[in-house]
Every structure is written in C-alpha cells, then in structure tokens.
Design a protein around this ligand. Structure first.
Ligand SMILES: [Fe+2]
Ligand SMILES: [Fe+2]
Length: 407
C-alpha cells in the first residue's frame, strides 16, 4: 500500500490542499493520502491558529465520503512541537507494510535538510513537493539533488497551483467577507458555527508561549529549564541595561535552541544555511550551536528581528559593539538562577551593578578558562574584551584630566 503523509497546520484546510492531494495520488498511484494536522508547527508560527481539535474536525469534514483520505490525530494528540520523524516512526509501526511518501509545500521542502532527524525521514519516506513556478521548480530540483546525495529519494511534480491559501481565507473571514469556493461547505459551516478566525490576533501577543513549545520539543529537560531561567533573568537585566524586556525574554528562550543537536547535525545545518566556518570557528565547537541557532531563528522560525538574532548569535563569544540586548543575553546566560559555578555570587553582584563591569568579569573568566584548557579563543571574544578595557582606560584618563593640578 502506498500512503502519502500530508502534514500541515490546515488552518483551515481548503480546496487547494484537497486538489493537490488528488493530483499527487493520480501521478504517484497512491492508495491513500493521510492528512495530519500539526499541533504547533515547529517551522511556522501562527498566532491566529485555531485549536487543534477544530483543525482536525475541519480536515475530517472536508474529506467525508472520499475514500482516498485518512485523517490522523497523531500530532494533535501528542501536543507540543510536532516532528515529522517522530510521526513517521509511529506510522511505520502502525502500518508496517506501507510504502511512505511525504508531501510538503515548496517552502518547507527547501528546508528539509535541516529538519530534526532528517536522515531518518529520508530513510522512511519518499519526499514530494510541487513548485509554484518555473524558477522555484529549478530551485527545488537543485535542492533535491543535494538531499539525494544524503540518501533521500525526491519527487518534484509540476502540479498547477490554485491561488487559495489559508492566510487569505483567515483574512477574508476577519474582514467579514465570503469564503465560498475556497473550502467545502461543511468546513465553512463549521468555521461560522464555532466563530473561528473572527479576530486575527497580533502575532506578538502569545508568541512566547508558542516559542516555549518549540524549544520544549527540541531540548532536553535540563536545557529547557536553563533556557527559561535565562529568559527570566534576561527580562530582569534588560530593564537595568536599557534593552527591551520582551525581546530579551524571547531571545533568552531561543539562545540555546540548537545546543542539544549532535555536532554532525550542526555542521550539516550550517552548510545547508551556506555558512562557511573559518579555522578558529571550526576548532571551537562550543560556538556552533550559537551560529546555527541564529540561522534557525532567522530562516526557519522566520523571526525578522536582527537584534534578537544577533543576541542568539553572539551569546557564547560576545563581540565588539554589542547592543544592549546582546549584552543582556550574554550576561543572563552567566547569571540565570540555574547556574552554579565558583564565581557565581560575584558575577551576579556585578550583573546587578551594570553591563560593562559584568561583561568584563564574564569575558576575563571565559578567556582564562579557555587559556587553562589550551582551547581556541575566538577573535570576537578578544575584540569584546579589548573594547571594554579600552573604554575603561579612556574613562580613567578623562577622570585624571579633571583633577586639579598638583601643587
Ligand atoms: Fe549556549
Ligand atoms: Fe545557555
């Protein structure tokens, strides 16, 4: 039996999804297409997301009586961030004789190589997508060749696209306009009966709650607690250092998002993002999670705030010319409640006093530790340290210049 997994937010499901499924079924001679609404999609964030049970019900209603479809609650039931690899594990267990296909949108397809446990996904399923135009088609084929080198099997099908999208449907509903022709009648009735999508919420409102779910799905319990503790401490320090406490909290949540990935996965991810490490960075694996984390936050989670991205990027090394937010995260990582090391009390005392004294202490501590271990010291750390010392010298020279001349 050939079954395609078609996962997504389905927020809401529409005719575009159904047509695409039928086209794939026809071309790949699929026996079934399994719709799997996700709980919190790790790759995309919607603040105006209908509850899982409603999105699941709309999927069921939209395919009622159509023998091609199965609808699975596997990801909604699991809750938290949904990972395709975990879903495929479960499905291969439930249907041991099935041959699996994975249908993804073109955007998602272009990030597949960075997905959690990509190699397992590639082993378990044939990866399918449909481009929106010729340019995208070329891009997808090029990327598919890269994935195939890693053992994947890909199928790019030129299926004509409809211009229906879930975003468009939600906007129409919020504007009080009609959605006839975009979704099956049963789905439309369900949306109105349950008052879904009437108020489109601003995406910043409950974003942090979703971000927390994303890191919960990616980190060990230990690292998860640490990240929340850093976010809390960052919110507190932001007020002292003149940074935005909301952004500080968000950057704190994300700062170690890649910390529990194996080294090989981080290197693969960096190469997928087109990042070439220099020799010093190559010899300093403890900075990889920060570089990969920043790219992940920018490219996959689509967080467009450069200050947050840089705070993640430089939280291990620091750098010269850091913004108040970058300093906040760097120091919060040293002083969060879960931290325990010999100098912690002194470090916390300085953190309360001001970012410069705290940065100097933290950087000297780190540089000393690296020297003791004969480890590489990245130029960014040295630049940050030099900048602080130079500033201190200038301040003390200025102070000396204000003293009355000695008799
Ligand atoms: Fe870190
Ligand atoms: Fe950390």
């Amino acid at each position: 039996m050939k079954i395609a997994v078609f996962g997504g937010a389905f927020n809401p499901i529409h005719y575009g999804h159904l047509q695409l499924s039928h086209e794939f079924a026809k071309r790949l001679k699929l026996d079934k297409v399994m719709l799997i609404p996700s709980s919190t999609p790790p790759h995309k964030l919607y603040a105006d997301m209908a509850p899982g049970k409603d999105r699941l019900e709309m999927c069921r209603l939209s395919v009622e009586g159509d023998p091609l479809f199965l609808v699975s609650d596997i990801e909604i039931e699991r809750a938290g961030a949904s990972f395709t690899a975990d879903t495929l594990d479960k499905l291969t267990e439930l249907y041991p004789n099935a041959r699996w296909y994975l249908i993804t949108g073109a955007d998602m397809f272009l990030t597949l190589g960075t997905w959690h446990r990509f190699d397992d996904i590639a082993r378990m399923a044939i990866l399918c997508t449909a481009p929106r135009d010729d340019i995208e088609s070329a891009k997808l084929r090029e990327y598919a060749a890269v994935l195939e080198k890693r053992g994947a099997k890909c199928m790019i099908e030129d299926i004509p696209k409809t211009d229906i999208s879930s975003t468009k449907i939600r906007r129409l509903i919020a504007a009080g306009k009609d959605i006839d022709g975009f979704v099956p009648t049963a789905v439309k009735d369900y949306i109105y009966e349950n008052s879904l999508y009437k108020n489109v919420i601003d995406s910043t409102e409950n974003a942090d709650a979703q971000f927390i779910e994303i890191i919960r799905g990616r980190l060990t319990p230990y690292r998860f607690r640490h990240s929340i503790a850093v976010a809390e401490q960052a919110k507190h320090l932001a007020l002292l250092y003149g940074a935005d406490p909301k952004k500080a909290y968000t950057a704190g949540i994300f700062h170690d998002i890649m910390k529990d990935e194996p080294k090989a996965a981080l290197l693969q991810m960096l190469s997928d993002f087109g990042i070439i490490l220099n020799n010093a960075q190559m010899a300093s694996p403890c900075c990889w999670h920060a570089i990969a984390g920043a790219e992940f936050v920018r490219n996959i989670l689509k967080i467009g705030d450069d200050d947050i991205i840089n705070a993640v990027r430089y939280h291990t090394t620091a750098r010269a010319g850091m913004s108040p937010l970058e300093k906040t995260i760097f120091i919060a990582d040293f002083t969060s409640l879960d931290r325990d090391y010999p100098d912690i009390d002194e470090m916390r005392r300085r953190a309360e006093f001001g970012s410069e004294v705290a940065m100097e202490y933290a950087l000297s501590y780190t540089i000393r530790e690296l020297l003791n271990k004969s480890a590489v010291i990245l130029p960014d750390a040295i630049d940050a340290y030099n900048e602080i010392i130079a500033l201190k010298q200038k301040e003390s020279d200025n102070y000396a210049a204000t003293k009355p001349p000695q008799k």
